[in-house]
Ligand binder design. Structure first.
Ligand SMILES: [Zn+2]
Length: 264
C-alpha cells in the first residue's frame, strides 16, 4: 500500500512511507488500538469507556504515512538507532519504578541523536504543517551535524506501566495554567517514556517532567554518560499532559457527580 502527499519533514510532495512513532525497534512492533476520540468526548461513562476502549487496530504499530522515503531512511539511519538503544536501556524502569516516585539514573547515550530523533517523531505526530512553519527545525534535523537548534524544548518522564491504560500521540495542544499562561505542546506517550515537546520556548505542562533539551549541547554521535531524574507517570485519559491515575479520575468523577446532585 502506498500513499502520496506532502512529507511532514522536508515538505516535498510525493510518495510517503509509514513512519513508526516511536521507531519499530523501540517496542513499537505490535498492533495498537487507535481510539475514537469523538466517542470519548461524547462519553456518558468516561471511566468505563477509557477502561474498555473501542476503535481501529493499526496492525503495524503506532505511526502514519507522514514522511517521504528519503526522510524516513536518512533520519532512521542517523538518529533512530541511538534512540532505540536509549529506550532499551531504560525500559526496565517503566515497570519497576512505583507511581510518582522519582529515580535518578545514569546511562551512556548519544544525547544529540536522541534529541533529534524525538523531534523527528514530533514532526511526524504533529499537524502536517508543523515542520513547514519551523524551517530552522527542518534544517537542523535534515543536517545531522547541525547544532543550530530551534526553540522547541523536550521534557520526559517514565511511562508508568502498571497504572497506564492508554497510549497517546497528540498534535499541538494549548493549555492554560492557573496563572493564565498558555502553553503550546505536543506529547508522545509510549513505554518507557512520556515525551512532551513545547514550542515557542514554553515550559513544561507538568513539573514532574524532566527537561532534556540540554541533549542538544553535544555533537552528532558523541557518546557520554548522562544523569536523568525520572518520575513514573500514568496515562489513562486522552488529555495530553494529563497524568492522573484511574483512581484520581474516578475520585474526580464522583466529586463532580456529588456537586451536580448538590445543585439539583
Ligand atoms: Zn521528506
Amino acid at each position: 500500500m502506498s500513499k502520496f502527499g506532502v512529507c511532514q519533514l522536508c515538505g516535498v510532495n510525493g510518495k510517503l512511507s509509514f513512519e513508526h512513532v516511536p521507531p519499530e525497534a523501540a517496542f513499537n512492533d505490535q498492533r495498537v488500538l487507535e481510539s475514537d476520540i469523538n466517542k470519548l468526548l461524547g462519553s456518558q461513562d468516561l471511566i468505563n469507556d477509557l477502561q474498555n476502549p473501542t476503535g481501529r487496530f493499526k496492525q503495524r504499530g503506532a505511526g502514519n504515512f507522514t514522511l517521504c522515503e528519503r526522510c524516513n531512511t536518512t533520519t532512521g539511519d542517523w538518529y533512530a538507532k541511538s534512540y532505540i538503544n536509549f529506550v532499551r536501556a531504560m525500559f526496565y524502569l517503566c515497570g519497576s519504578v512505583p507511581p510518582d516516585v522519582t529515580v535518578t539514573v545514569e546511562c551512556t547515550i548519544r544525547p544529540l541523536d536522541v534529541f533529534k530523533q524525538m523531534l523527528v517523531m514530533f514532526c511526524s505526530a504533529a499537524p502536517s504543517t508543523f515542520a513547514q512553519k519551523h524551517p530552522r527545525l527542518v534544517r537542523y534535523l535534515l543536517n545531522r551535524e547541525s547544532r543550530d537548534a530551534d526553540d522547541q524544548r523536550i521534557f520526559i518522564s517514565l511511562y508508568d506501566w502498571h497504572n497506564s491504560i492508554a497510549l497517546r500521540q497528540s498534535g499541538l495542544t494549548v493549555r492554560m495554567d492557573v496563572e493564565g499562561e498558555s502553553r503550546l505542546f505536543a506529547e508522545i506517550s509510549f513505554p518507557p517514556f512520556n515525551i512532551v515537546m513545547t514550542v515557542g520556548g514554553g515550559g513544561s505542562p507538568d513539573p514532574r517532567l524532566f527537561e532534556v533539551t540540554w541533549f542538544k549541547n553535544y555533537g552528532y554521535r558523541e557518546t557520554v554518560p548522562v544523569r536523568l531524574k525520572l518520575s513514573a507517570l500514568s496515562v489513562t485519559s486522552y488529555f495530553p499532559g494529563d497524568y492522573r491515575t484511574l483512581d484520581e479520575l474516578k475520585a474526580r468523577a464522583s466529586e463532580a457527580d456529588a456537586e451536580s446532585k448538590g445543585n439539583e
